[in-house]
Design a protein around this ligand. Structure first.
Ligand SMILES: Cc1cc2nc3c(=O)[nH]c(=O)nc-3n(C[C@H](O)[C@H](O)[C@H](O)COP(=O)(O)O)c2cc1C
Length: 491
């Protein structure tokens, strides 16, 4: 097995950063203030245009302890995503989606390996020594309710009944030296586990990793099927186990090479006002609400830790590109696992925050194929939460190309016939279109394909054949050379 251009998977965040640096995709920034400046610079870079922008390592951060660093956008380009997942270097973003789906055909989960020691134990702060406010958590956006230490985090909980370990990315607000707020949306697996403890009248043990191998973030920030631990899933991508050490208080597995981990418990009824916090849809829909508090009793950290930062904003953000590609691969894989044939591409557009405008391309083989593809893409585990539109296109349409997709919708879809509305689907408080307290929304499954029964007689596309285009493009290369995109055959 090879990993991008390496024989071994990266050992941890630090080794991945050096690989990103070698790829020429790392920018180092010194002197940024933790209070709003860092978040605004991350936003400016993400909105600068282009595919995701560079990864940024913030050093000598004003307001953070000396030596502490913050990392933004580690996975947010096709190449960095391939580096993190250990996939071949991509020529085109869809290559990562395809490689992910190919990987999943042979992917076997690999459980983590428990070890006695690791860099995460270099510094352990206990009980009275715990002060989360001293760790340099950033306040990312002007309207945020305060600093957030957990954004690109990995929250570890064990199911109280059968012990399986879930790892999810849920935002974590700093309330005080030993109190942080944890916001989990209804339906999330961490929320289901938490509620089981509370139903039994017990506190819920929690680990919050705030800096780690971005492969763990790709697993924890995406909907992996219930019961499959994100550690095992991520281990399957590495081809070898994640090393974990048992936490002191609860024996929960923490990545042995993580950068900074908090440990504590959520108690039934111990709530504090949480939020608002900038959201991935581009709004502040969830606002402020009472949410459970983690009472932090341990801080574990490497010397000079690197915290990982994901800043949800009006897209694109410093993680939306990676989300788009990753989710596209996951939906493609799940739809095929459900038995569907003929998928030629999937794309989850960043403008839809990589959840709300997803496109699936198929080579139609039978009447009803397109509707089946759309309904599956709209309701598989990775496509379900907070979805909105799923558009099914034919295989001559590039699902990642907005122009192509809009042309297909405009010309191959009859709205009355070809838009199926699914009601009562899984959404949540962050859906800006829903009134407060309503956590279900509807889905439009749009068939923007040629009607199957009329494929043979559907009007032909008015464009030159590939052979004629190539011949004329060659002959008149001098004319076309100056016109960006034309020679490549822009329709
Ligand atoms: C940067 C980022 C921040 C997120 N923040 C939250 C959050 O605060 N609460 C939440 O419920 N989901 C959040 N999510 C989505 C969850 O991480 C995602 O749904 C994941 O699948 C949850 O894990 P689970 O499936 O094990 O519940 C976030 C995702 C990302 C990428």
């Amino acid at each position: 097995m090879t990993y991008h251009e390496y024989d071994e998977p990266h050992a941890d965040l630090r080794e991945l950063i050096s690989r990103i640096d070698k790829s020429g995709e790392l920018v180092r920034v010194s002197g940024v203030d933790i209070d709003l400046e860092l978040g605004t610079l991350v936003e400016l870079i993400a909105h600068h245009g282009g595919e995701g922008g560079p990864a940024v390592l913030f050093e000598d951060v004003v307001g953070a302890p000396s030596g502490h660093r913050l990392m933004s956008g580690a996975t947010n380009s096709a190449n960095r995503l391939a580096l993190t997942l250990g996939l071949p270097r991509p020529g085109h973003p869809m290559d990562v989606v395809r490689s992910y789906r190919d990987r999943m055909k042979t992917h076997e989960p690999i459980p983590p390996e428990y070890v006695d020691d690791g860099p995460i134990l270099e510094n352990v702060l206990r009980d009275d020594e715990v002060d989360v406010t001293a760790l340099g958590a950033p306040t990312l956006h002007e309207l945020d309710g305060g600093p957030y230490i957990g954004t690109d985090d990995a929250v570890v909980m064990a199911d109280p009944d059968d012990g399986w370990v879930n790892v999810g990315t849920y935002r974590v607000q700093v309330h005080g030296p030993d109190r942080v707020g944890l916001w989990t949306s209804p339906g999330k697996q961490g929320r289901q586990i938490r509620d089981k403890y509370f139903a039994q009248g017990k506190p819920c043990p929690v680990l919050i990793s705030c800096g780690h191998d971005p492969l763990l973030f790709l697993a924890s920030g995406n909907e992996i099927r219930y019961g499959l631990s994100e550690y095992d899933y991520a281990g399957g991508h590495r081809g070898r186990p994640f090393e974990v050490v048992r936490s002191e208080l609860h024996g929960l597995p923490m990545p042995a090479r993580a950068e900074l981990v908090l440990e504590g418990e959520l108690y039934p009824g111990d709530l504090a006002p949480e939020g608002p916090f900038g959201e991935f849809t581009g709004y502040y829909a969830g606002g402020r609400s009472d949410q459970p508090v983690v009472r932090v009793r341990r801080i574990y950290h490497r010397t000079d830790p690197i915290m990982t930062v994901a800043s949800p904003i009006r897209p694109p953000s410093n993680f939306s590109y990676s989300k788009c590609v990753m989710k596209a691969g996951m939906i493609w894989d799940e739809v095929e696992r459900a038995g569907l044939a003929g998928v030629t591409g999937v794309w989850c557009h960043e403008a839809g925050a990589a959840r709300m405008f997803n496109v699936i391309a198929i080579r139609q083989a039978y009447a009803g194929h397109a509707r089946q593809a759309g309904l599956l893409a709209a309701s598989c585990q990775s496509g379900s939460y907070l979805g909105r539109f799923v558009v099914v296109v034919d295989d001559d349409i590039d699902p990642a190309n907005t122009f192509d997709v809009l042309w297909a919708m405009s010309t191959r879809c009859d709205p009355a016939e070809d838009i199926e509305i699914v009601r009562g689907a899984w959404s949540g408080p962050l859906d800006p279109r829903l009134p407060a307290g309503v956590n279900r929304n509807s889905r439009a499954v749009v068939s923007a394909v040629r009607p199957f029964e009329r494929i043979a007689e559907f009007p032909p596309v008015a464009e030159a054949s590939p052979e004629l285009r190539a011949r004329v493009a060659d002959k008149f290369a001098a004319v076309l050379d100056g016109l960006a995109g034309v020679k490549e055959g822009r329709r």
